[in-house]
Design a protein around this ligand. Structure first.
Ligand code: AMP
Length: 249
């Protein structure tokens, strides 16, 4: 079974983001970048399925600038077998990424496609769902447990008020949630090994995909500053403040 995993290069979650002076977006020049955390979980899950003898090959794909090669090398160090970079320099919106991934699904014919549930930079939570629709594949989103048996994936999802388990026939698209697993640390020897693994570079044109943005960002602003809190002497005063000042009780 071949598994395709998409990995996005995003601004590191520990970096305090700055809005550009012209409010057109986030300033990522000189910012530390990292693999989207949900994608790290997706790679880990695919590699565990390979280690368990369920999968035979794990292919990782990233869409974006040449620097995404670093992110792909990290995925190869976790244990993926080979990587594909779809290199493009224009802004990529979820629909464009979903179209690229659909073209790769046609080319690679994986049995399973793992994506993160969302990218922590745009918080769109759209690409997996769009890919499933374009490729006409069943989807199970927000997975916190995945088991494969009899040509199906049993996927436990975290939903409001509990857990839901779905069975989807393969090939299918699964998006990963935080509690699916804890990704391993990448060791230096594995980083060295990853340098020798194959990394193919393609362009959207070679895949026959048009990636022009469909949405225009009007304005990006920082959230308003929070005003300082107040200290109350006891529970009685807290209840009074919640009732009569905050008016939330
Ligand atoms: P989003 O819909 O933007 O929140 O992204 C959801 C998931 O789609 C991410 O966790 C990635 O797995 C995948 N994805 C989005 N953008 C890219 C990209 N440029 N390259 C590779 N994967 C991506």
């Amino acid at each position: 079974m071949k598994i395709l995993v998409s990995v996005k290069r995003v601004i590191d979650s520990n970096v305090a983001v700055r809005v550009k002076a012209d409010r057109s977006g986030i300033d990522i020049s000189n910012a530390k970048m990292a693999m989207n955390p949900f994608d790290e979980i997706a790679v880990e899950e695919a590699v565990r399925l390979k280690e368990a003898g369920v999968a035979t090959e794990v292919v990782v794909v990233s869409c974006g600038s040449a620097q995404c090669q670093e992110t792909l090398r990290q995925a190869l160090a976790i244990g993926a077998d080979r990587a594909v970079l779809v290199e493009c320099h224009e802004e990529l919106q979820p629909l464009a990424v979903a179209k690229i991934l659909k073209a790769l699904v046609d080319r690679e014919q994986p049995q399973l496609m793992f994506l993160g549930k969302q990218a922590i930079d745009d918080d769109s939570n759209q690409t997996g769902q769009m890919l499933a629709a374009l490729a006409r594949l069943p989807q199970a989103t927000f997975a916190s447990k995945v088991t494969i048996e009899d040509g199906c994936a049993q996927v436990t999802r975290e939903v409001d008020g509990g857990l839901e388990t779905l069975s989807v026939r393969l090939p299918a698209v699964i998006t990963t949630d935080l509690r699916l697993n804890e990704p391993r640390y990448v060791t230096l020897p594995n980083m060295m090994k990853a340098k020798k693994k194959p990394l193919e570079i393609l362009t959207p044109v070679e895949l026959g995909v048009e990636v022009a943005p469909r949405l225009t960002t009007v304005c990006v602003v920082e959230p308003g500053k929070r005003s300082a809190g107040v200290k109350v002497p006891d529970v009685k005063a807290l209840v009074q403040a919640l009732k009569f000042e905050a008016k939330v009780l």
